[in-house]
Design a protein around this ligand. Sequence first.
Ligand SMILES: CC(C)(COP(=O)(O)OP(=O)(O)OC[C@H]1O[C@@H](n2cnc3c(N)ncnc32)[C@H](O)[C@@H]1OP(=O)(O)O)[C@@H](O)C(=O)NCCC(=O)NCCS
Length: 236
Amino acid sequence: MTEPSNWITAPWKASKQWLRKATASRSVPTMVPIRELSERHRARIQAHLLKLDPSDRYLRFGYAANDEQVARYADHLDFERDDIFGIFNRRLELIAMAHLAYTPLQDYSNCAEFGVSVLKSARGLGLGTRLFARAVIHSRNKRVEMMFIHALSENTAMLKIARSAGAKVQRDGTESEAYLKLPAAGIDTKVAEMVENQFAEVDYHFKKQAKQFWDILADVQEIRQGVRDGRHQSAE
Ligand SMILES: CC(C)(COP(=O)(O)OP(=O)(O)OC[C@H]1O[C@@H](n2cnc3c(N)ncnc32)[C@H](O)[C@@H]1OP(=O)(O)O)[C@@H](O)C(=O)NCCC(=O)NCCS
């Protein structure tokens, strides 16, 4: 693919250094479990996106998507072609997700577009930055050479994430395009992704077990309460 002359790109900043700096001042654990999502997560993805308020939907999709449009977006996600990453809380609620979209056009097979959303309750913790870093590693391993981020110019947080990773931002009125040129994958990116995947799987299964346990406990307590109430009624 030939680069249009007006594209100003910069290489992805040596990842560890950038990520350390970007999350140092916040209470972010060293590793955040980021899971690759699949077909079976579609309903949770839809639920996550529907929790975004109108202004967030405007920032995320570039227009004020209504519930129906959001649902359609979730319904049409192509898990075979694209890559989707998510961060779950203890209740297995999807609190943050990123979408790496690829084009079916052969000439642009080395390009990906990044989109992200973090629920308001989880903002400012570095999750957006983490998802971006994860997407970069994944893209490099998939031989992607250029990552694009389309954002409204008012979207300070998103543009900050892109800029601090080394992306060049071109502003065009209310809209901005960021381009990040990625270096080739190395053994470090392969190992990093493998370790992150493993960590996220273990974390998810642990959270799943814990949730099942609490759900069972809640059911038992409900049954006990029902029995108690029944006893009280029959004693009256
Ligand atoms: C953009 C978004 C994903 C950022 O998520 P986040 O987890 O809060 O981001 P981080 O905590 O990693 O913060 C990234 C940077 O932005 C800054 N930032 C966060 N919110 C900000 C705000 N409202 N105003 C200005 N800067 C902000 C942080 O301080 C941080 O900068 P630093 O590294 O210099 O400290 C989140 O705000 C969001 O979901 N917005 C709605 C959807 C959207 O805009 N998507 C992007 C377009 S695809």
